[in-house]
Each structure stands twice: as structure tokens, then as C-alpha cells.
Design a protein around this ligand. Sequence first.
Ligand SMILES: Cc1ncc(COP(=O)(O)O)c(C=O)c1O
Length: 369
Amino acid sequence: MRGPEVPEYIRRLAVYVPGKPIEEVERELGVSDIVKLASNENPLGPSPKAIAAIKEALPNLHRYPDGSGFALRKVLAARLGVDIDQVILGSGSVEIIEMLARAFIADGDEAVYSQQSFVSYQLAVNQVNGRAITPPATAGRAHDLSALARAVSDRTKLVYLANPCNPTGTHFTRRELDRFLAEVNDRALVVVDQAYHEYVERPDYPDALDDVKAGRNVVVLRTFSKIYGLAGLRIGYGVSSPDVVGTINRVRSPFNTSSLAQAAGMAALEDVEWVRTSREHNARELAYLQEELSRRKVVFTPSVANFVLVEFETDVKELFVEFQKRGVIIRPVGGPGLVNCARVSVGTRSENKRFLAALDLLVPAKVGT
Ligand SMILES: Cc1ncc(COP(=O)(O)O)c(C=O)c1O
């Protein structure tokens, strides 16, 4: 039997292709010491306190989770200095990116985001048949906030800003954000995606939570997938006005975050020490990686996050395969402004050395240039 006709905008959707799991690459290559630097995960692993909380929650797996994640939202609200009805949980912050598109964009409405930014914005907008308006980044691969502001029209419902931006690793400043919000914020809801904010050590880096508290039309997105080391559990959160959170809640599926994820999230939040260790580790290893790239005269975009965008001179897809053969998984990116670029996550010192050793074999050093 032929199935029902699939709408044109669904047929046009590209399926998200994640970085390959370590196990799959190991199977393909018949090796066992793969280094995965492809998904911006915490190379130190999850907080031990989160693991303990998961073990404690296991006997209750036959019960549905608390659908709204009350206990975790309560802890988050207290920690962040907002009301509990300003916090919403998602199965990763990606789910909140998608829920926002479902809640605010109807056929033909527009969303604005930087052309060189997180791929999920595109997927979310396309899934609801929205129109994406995507001004290119600056020459330094940062968000071009003036161009983004100019792109906001009467049909724009959402603006997605990634700060820091994935895959570029760049950030924008408080002054830039203030100017942007002054220009567009009475016209569109501005989503500030701060998935990597815990890693940023710049005094001019804005915490958009302050904008939520100031009553601006802003949603902040955060995640437990990065510095908290819980990517496999899928849990993230959004903070905004009770009104906006109420609207997103209408399109949230009933039990969208699991009991284990909620328990682990609460324990991970308490583990301030683990976050500090992870941040310090990343700062050290990011500096090491960037110094080593500079020494080799490899072109990269200076990063404030836990990954670096490297620009190669040869076909990045072929290079990716060659890296993989040497047991190192990096993440090729592509599209306008990112030709032959790959994102390399910051690993442990030994993982970073493995990447650099493979790099030395694959990319000839530039001597005397
Ligand atoms: C900018 C940005 N936002 C959101 C996410 C989503 O993370 P998760 O859905 O795991 O919370 C990522 C993950 O790579 C990201 O880079």
C-alpha cells in the first residue's frame, strides 16, 4: 500500500547526521583506542555525583517521571534567581530549540539566525515550514549582529543567537547584545543559546539571563550536555518569562525528560567542584591546542568554548576519513563560509596529542612561511 503523500517541506528536510559513535568506528576499523573529538563533550566524563544519583533513581524506573520536572526546575530557579514558572526542561536544549519553532512559527513566518551557526536552528525552522533568513557571519566568523538586526522583518517571530557559537567558537559582547536587543526586541523573541557559557572566561561575555530578568523578550537556553558531561542523558533547560514558557509548554510532549536525567541534572548542579575542574581543564587544553595549531601555522578561528574550528587547505571530507583511519574522529563542517573546515573538540592532553600527531602526518608543516 502506498503511504499518504508527504508534504513538500517534509520531503525537503535533511536528516541530521551526528558524529559517528566510537563503537561504530572501532567496529569498522577493527581498532580499540579511538579518540572522539567530534561532539564537544566533556572529556573528563560525567560528575561522579550524577552517576550516584542515577544509581539511586534506578529502582523507580517502572514509574513515569514527573512530567514537568518540578524538583529540577525548583533547584534551577533558586540557583538562577528566577521563578519556577520561568524554567522549562527539554530532552537536550535541542528539543527546546524545536519546541520554540513549533510554538511560534506558522507557515511562512520567519526565523533569523547566523548562516554559520548551529545546524539545529535550520532543522527546527524547516520542520515547521518556516522561512529561514540567515545573514553570513563577519570575516572573523562571529555573529554579524548588525546584519542580523537588519534581517528582522514584520514576519520574523524568532531570532536564534548562539553565544558562544557552534561551530565557530566565537562570542559576542554585552554591548553588541544590548544594541541588538534595543533594535529588534519589541518585534521578535530572541533566543540566546548559551550551551557553552560555563566555559567562557571573557569579562565582556553577556549572560542573557540578565536580559530575561530585565523583562526583555529573551529566552536563554542552557544544557547539561556540555560541561556537566551528561550528553547521553538528554537534558537541557530554557529560561524566559512565564508567558513564553507557558506557550512553549503547550507543544511539549508530556514526559519529555526522563527520571534519570532529572535526578542526574540535580546532582550535577550541586557538583560545583566538577564544573570548576572541567572549566579549568578546558582552559588549559584549549590554550595548548591553539598554541600547537599556531606553531604549525594551521588556520583556525580563536575559540572561547570547548572546541576549535580548523580550516584546512585540502578537501576536509577526505581528511576526515584519513584522521579516522588513524583513530581520531573530528567533525567536518561545510557550507558557505566554512569550506574545508572541521570542528575539533578539546580533549584530554593525551587525546589532543593524538589529534596533533595525526595532523602532523596528514597536513605538511609550513616551513618558513
Ligand atoms: C550551540 C548549541 N546549542 C545547543 C546544543 C544542543 O545540545 P543538547 O541538545 O545536547 O542540549 C548544542 C550541541 O552541540 C550546541 O552546540
